[in-house]
Design a protein around this ligand. Sequence first.
Ligand code: GDP
Length: 452
Amino acid sequence: MFDSLSDRLGSVFEKLRGRGALTELDVRAAMREVRIALLEADVALSVVKQFIDEVTERAIGAEVVRSVTPGQQVVKIVNDALVSLLGGDAPEGDNQLNIDVTPPAVIMMVGLQGSGKTTTTAKLAKFLTEKKAKKVLMASLDVARPAAQEQLRVLGEQTKVATLPIIAGQQPVAIAERARQTAKLQGFDVVLLDTAGRLNVDTALMAEMAAIAGATKPDEILLVVDALTGQDAVNVASAFKAEVPLTGVVLTRMDGDARGGAALSMRAVTERPIKFAGTGEKLDALEAFDAQRVAGRILGMGDIVGLVERASANIEQADAEKLAAKLAKGQFDFDDLRGQLKQMKAMGGLGALAGMIPGMAAAKKAMDSGAIDEKVLGRMEAIILSMTPKERAKPEILTAKRKIRIAKGAGTTVQEVNKVIKMQLDMATAMKKLKKMGGMKGMAAMMAKMGG
Ligand code: GDP
């Protein structure tokens, strides 16, 4: 899922990111490509249009063009727009169901035949039972398909979730009312109503859904749609929304190779959040839909987005600019190392940062090899603080005698001091290499950007 969209967007941003400065024309050209990529992914035309307009407006704004890392800023803007398109304003994960009501909460499942409705009902029941400690009762209201009620009963056995006893000949509204009554009398927290589907949206189906919804006043009405059906999924959703008061959508077959259009259009077209995603046939293949994570998967640039976010939150402008200036010259001394250690701690540890910045590869290697770990960051700082300012600025003057003094001052061994020296050396080497490769500009710019 999203693979080809992700590839297409990746190559658009690859081009942007390599540039030192961006003009309005660059941004517009890139947005034309993004537009085509979205259309090819089967995103609804109206949704694409609005998305592109919004992103273009922000991306050609002064905030980006004047910034030192315009390419990365554009990636961040597209990311944020994707998150909001996918429903970033919806409550996350476990909090998305309105079931903390006077029991029993009623959840009605609707959708076309074959969309995965019955499977999803069982998945949701299992999730609520096992993860939310709810006492759940499932009932099939599907009297059109002879085997439907039996299918749910079997799924109930598999998931160890209670199902409403089947009474032959009873009609959907009556079954729904019996389910609610049973749940109330027997102390169930949640009733899941699995309704009948049809091959297509038709008036009889809609009338039945409306009657059930009217009689049971569900706390949630979840529409189950198959992500593989692309644009059609969106049409189905619009049709259902017009007839029953939907509260959310479950997209199934997100494990398949859908191009992603349904996921991207659904929220905008239905104005209802995607609450869950079905990711397989197994009964635990249900995920709370997380817009941030899905956007991250589509862009495949979580590293940059995270960096821009954390950077602007954490680091003092002046420090960052000073460092950027030194880095631009390919220098890296102990004061810089100390600044880095401080920033690393602030930004969630060395591991988090090391993977993001090319020049940090050396540091990451040192960490992976066990030479340093998160816990020793503080100790390393103590060692650097035991150095004189001159030693910090000119690492090459560190003689054996000085090292012994430094070790004593920091309450540690010369061996530990040597490790810090090695790290500084590795970083300095990486910086020089990066400078030679011409990558320094981007790196320095990124460091400067960390301040603001
Ligand atoms: P219903 O007619 O809407 O009730 O559909 P079913 O629940 O009977 O599902 C139809 C088929 O889709 C079954 O074979 C399910 O195993 C399969 N299915 C449901 N959800 C998913 C999913 O998220 N991923 C995959 N790969 N298959 C699914």
